[in-house]
Design a protein around this ligand. Structure first.
Ligand code: COS
Length: 390
């Protein structure tokens, strides 16, 4: 279906979009339903990203990245999510797990970690959430105690995307529990294979089933001081600023799912006939599709505008972004994900009984859409953030 996405895309962005749209259709869509049923991480989808240079889209070129910007990354995520959100999460999670290094790493850390991550030789994960929750970041409990030239990490993380497949993980841990301000924690780069670091239970999920979600266990893991990002106490600020830049990527996943569900439902409504005419000619159905079209168009403009705004900011230090930019990041995440959920539910409704069957993709879109209202800050948290900037 043709749609006007954005005036003024650069030539490079347009080419990237067309390339990814073709890859999504030819290489990702055909296996999406089976991957959902299997519920296993899909290395062949990672390979597809690697071969097409899509792992480091928004990474600095100095460290092997494409440096094509946040909008380019979001367009790529959107195109994949139109057919399979779990696959769209591959470049999205690579960005999330690596951004603390981009924001707060020194040259040596960037060279060591970003170079293999940019080309997808290694995978990353972002380890913040714990069993007691991920919303109240300042209350998290994983501990890192300084001992000579190392820190000893103890604790458990939960619901970590890529947990069992990541080679390089950015982990949030409390370094000074007596500190009452938001300077009690730090972020460490933990590498797969460090003694004492193991992965626990693999979660079986409602949606995004071929994206891996795990528990991580740190049992006296000795992490060298040179693996700490920034100064001791920078942890909260590093993670918050990371999320400011990555919430639009979740918005892009949501937008893609919404577009995919909308296109499928529209096509179906043109073909399916009741009472002697295609159901798109019945006002009740036409009206649903009109609402979907409006909301998706608005969501896309909000997301692209947010990307434009964020791209004007350097990601070179931990200074706080302006309230307006933080607001846009949260607004795009909350709005696009709410639109995705509404759209996917309506798409199922338009397909009726067929919509409820796994033979058609819309019930998968509905299950996948739900997580975008929850992760990287629930939409309730986004509304707190938005209100706090008013
Ligand atoms: N960027 C940089 N710094 C930020 C920031 C941001 N977006 N938001 C807050 N800060 C800073 C503040 O400037 C303040 O700094 P000082 O102490 O130097 O003044 C400090 O952090 C504390 O800010 P605040 O009091 O607003 O923090 P709260 O503990 O009240 O937490 C929320 C605020 C709820 C917004 C935060 O905990 C949050 O976003 N939680 C959700 C996290 C999340 O997305 N989890 C999902 C799991 S990760 S996939």
């Amino acid at each position: 279906m043709e749609h006007i996405e954005r005036f003024g895309l650069t030539e490079e962005e347009r080419i990237l979009q067309q390339t990814v749209r073709r890859l999504a259709k030819e290489k990702v869509a055909p296996g999406a339903a089976q991957r959902d049923i299997d519920g296993e991480f899909a290395p062949d989808m990672v390979e597809l990203m690697v071969q097409n240079g899509l792992m480091g889209i928004d990474f600095p070129s100095e460290y092997g990245g494409m440096e094509a910007g946040l909008l380019a990354l979001c367009m790529v995520i959107e195109e994949f999510a139109k057919v399979d959100m779990a696959t769209a999460m591959i470049p999205s999670t690579q960005e999330l797990g690596s951004l603390p290094i981009i924001l707060a790493g020194n040259h040596e850390q960037k060279q060591k970690y970003l170079e293999p991550l940019s080309v997808g030789e290694k995978l990353s994960a972002f380890a913040l959430t714990e069993a007691k929750g991920g919303s109240d970041v300042a209350a998290l409990k994983t501990r890192a105690v300084r001992k000579g030239d190392s820190y000893i990490l103890n604790g458990t993380k939960m619901f970590i995307t890529n947990g069992g497949v990541a080679d390089i993980l950015t982990v949030y841990a409390v370094t000074n529990p007596d500190e009452k301000s938001h300077r009690a924690a730090s972020v460490f780069v933990v590498e797969k294979g460090m003694p004492g670091f193991t992965v626990g239970k693999k979660e079986s999920k409602m949606g995004i089933r071929s994206s891996e979600t795990r528990e991580l266990i740190f049992d006296n893991v000795e992490v060298p001081v040179e693996n700490r990002l920034g100064e001791e106490g920078d942890g909260f600020h590093i993670m918050m600023k990371t999320l400011d830049f990555t919430r639009p990527a979740v918005a892009a996943q949501a937008l893609g799912v919404a577009q995919g569900a909308f296109e499928y439902a529209t096509q179906y409504a043109k073909e399916r006939e009741t009472f002697g005419k295609p159901i798109i000619k019945h006002q009740a159905i036409a009206s649903k599709l009109a609402d979907m079209a409006m909301k998706i168009a608005a969501a896309r403009q909000l997301l692209y505008r947010t990307c434009d705004l964020l791209q004007t900011y350097a990601r070179k230090d931990l200074s706080r972004l302006s309230p307006e930019i933080i607001r846009y990041s949260s607004m795009s995440k909350a709005f696009c994900s709410d639109v995705a959920m509404e759209t996917a539910i309506e798409a199922v409704q338009i397909l009726g009984g067929y919509g409820y069957m796994m033979e058609y993709p819309v019930e998968r879109f509905m299950r996948d859409a739900k997580i975008t209202q929850i992760y990287e800050g629930t939409n309730e948290i986004q509304r707190i953030v938005i209100a706090s900037t008013l």
